[in-house]
Design a protein around this ligand. Structure first.
Ligand SMILES: [Zn+2]
Ligand SMILES: [Zn+2]
Length: 184
């Protein structure tokens, strides 16, 4: 009896914790992310989880980062209650689940999308296949962003400016409404 449960547990464990797919490797280094973008903590040494977010435009990675659990919580803690509620509601009934083959919200396949963001949750060198990984297309992300409070939008703008300053000429190329939502 106990053996059965143990085997079942191992089976679930193997299903949920899988090696990080190359899609979630850093485009810059070609290797898994090893540092939190905010606090620079080592993600492989710590036992807590972290998220990876990568945004694509016409096949190119336009930004990418990993954020540790503690920084993620800090950011989430500063988001307004209405925004958290809005995010939860917006992501509640997914069309596609636990895949980056298409948009979670509208179901359009990845191959037909010019711009999208992928998000995954990891711990050490494993990805947690639970509610994530997910892909969200630009139009859906924009719709979600529109429902965020001004306070939350400012907060995310700050996060963006702090971590992705970029040369001014680069900013011109990016669509104005581009927002790097941390989808949690
Ligand atoms: Zn951090
Ligand atoms: Zn979509």
């Amino acid at each position: 009896m106990w053996r059965y449960f143990r085997e079942k547990k191992d089976e679930i464990y193997r299903k949920v914790f899988r090696p990080i797919p190359e899609d979630f490797f850093s485009f810059e280094t070609g290797e898994p992310f090893n540092q939190c973008i905010e606090c620079k903590s080592d993600l492989n040494e710590s036992e807590s989880d972290y998220i990876i977010e990568k945004s694509y435009q016409d096949g190119e990675v336009i930004y990418e980062y990993a954020l540790c659990d503690s920084c993620c919580k800090d950011l989430r803690g500063e988001m307004s209650k209405e925004s958290m509620k809005h995010l939860k509601k917006a992501l509640k009934r997914p069309v596609l689940k636990t895949t980056i083959d298409g948009c979670r919200c509208c179901g359009i396949p990845r191959s037909e999308l010019p711009g999208f963001t992928i998000v995954g949750a990891c711990v050490g060198n494993h990805m947690i296949f639970w509610d994530a990984p997910v892909l969200i297309c630009d139009p859906c992300l924009e719709t979600i962003s529109e429902g965020l409070s001004k306070q939350t939008r400012d907060l995310l703008d700050d996060f963006e400016v702090r971590n992705f300053p970029g040369p001014p000429e680069m900013e011109i190329d990016l669509p104005k409404t581009r927002r790097k939502v941390v989808v949690i």
